[in-house]
Design a protein around this ligand. Structure first.
Ligand SMILES: [Mn+2]
Length: 314
């Protein structure tokens, strides 16, 4: 009998690319797109759908310390139901996360490599890498988005569309990718008619309202206040930098979370201490968090933050 599988993946380009390959490979019972915070809820949903004996493949979603306890319970439940979990990711994981995962080695397999995107890890592991030029382009797009290279207009279009709209559009995007259509007409049209101009206006507005803060220990920080959640934090800082707004750390504040960006220090260290996570150059903290607590943490961590090699400390 065919093994019952559920694919659980992030909804951005990298997540969708991973989901498309895993869906094509396994024809799972369901492919669930998820935010990082909804992972426990969606793992439970996946287990409900499988029942007993099966596999859940998770990609491009980093486990948060805030729900580590829940995750432990979910793993125990999975063990009881003989459901294995394969977790593929490229974000920085906290030591506590690894500690938890190592307690469930009999059912939880994980592959974490921060040097690339999740889509490339999936492509290599599941044999897609030389299969078709479509997958090569898909992985390239994920790299272009996640590492913020922005080489292709298509990356920018997808990034904005996926963020601007909600789940129905993200599932529609997945469907197009499953048809090997990387540039569907519906997406290009939607982008041109409904997204491009508004999006660019919101970025300009966010930059115009930004504040420069010099911390007690001498970090120069630019804060973008109260930014529309449909705007990608990387794009705000990218365009700010292009306009000469240079800082050690950029803080993008949303109604329900904060994004940290830096070319100088490892912001994932800051984010993890405040209940979030991410990469060296880009990390996030979910929920309502006071700016003052981020700033004092940055000052208190100064020595640790400066331990990295490429400082442009101003
Ligand atoms: Mn992602």
């Amino acid at each position: 009998m065919k093994k019952s599988r559920i694919v659980l993946s992030h909804w951005d380009i990298d997540g969708l690319a991973s989901a498309a390959m895993l869906t094509e490979k396994y024809r799972p019972l369901k492919t669930i797109l998820s935010s990082i915070t909804a992972v426990p809820k969606n793992l439970l949903k996946a287990m409900d759908l499988i029942g007993e004996h099966g596999e859940i493949i998770v990609s491009d979603l980093n486990p948060q310390i805030s729900y580590l306890k829940d995750l432990g319970e979910i793993f125990r439940l999975a063990r009881d139901k003989d459901i294995s979990i394969t977790w593929i990711d490229h974000h920085e994981w906290d030591k506590q996360v690894y500690r938890l995962f190592s307690q469930y080695e009999d059912i939880v397999y994980y592959l974490v490599d921060t040097s690339t995107v999740a889509a490339e890890l999936v492509a290599i592991k599941y044999g897609f890498i030389d299969k078709d030029t479509f997958y090569k382009r898909l992985v390239e797009l994920a790299v272009d988005d996640d590492f913020f290279l922005n080489k292709y207009e298509l990356t920018i279009m997808w990034r904005r569309i996926l963020r601007w709209y909600r789940w129905d559009t993200r599932y529609k995007a997945l469907k197009s990718l499953l048809h090997h259509d990387l540039e569907p007409l519906w997406m290009k049209r939607l982008y041109r008619v409904e997204v491009k101009n508004l999006y660019e206006n919101l970025i300009r507005e966010a930059i115009a309202r930004s504040d420069v803060i010099n911390t007690r220990t001498g970090f120069k920080i630019i804060v973008f206040q109260d930014v529309d959640p449909r705007i990608h934090p990387g794009e705000v800082t990218w365009i700010a930098k292009k306009n000469g707004l240079i800082a050690d750390i950029y803080i993008v504040r949303y109604p329900r979370g904060v994004s940290l960006r830096s070319d100088a220090v490892d912001v994932s260290l800051i984010a993890r201490l405040l209940g979030g996570g991410g990469h060296r150059n880009a990390a996030g903290i979910p929920g309502n968090i006071e700016l003052s607590s981020i700033l004092s943490l940055i000052d208190n961590m100064k020595t640790r933050l400066l331990e990295v090699d490429k400082i442009v400390y101003s």
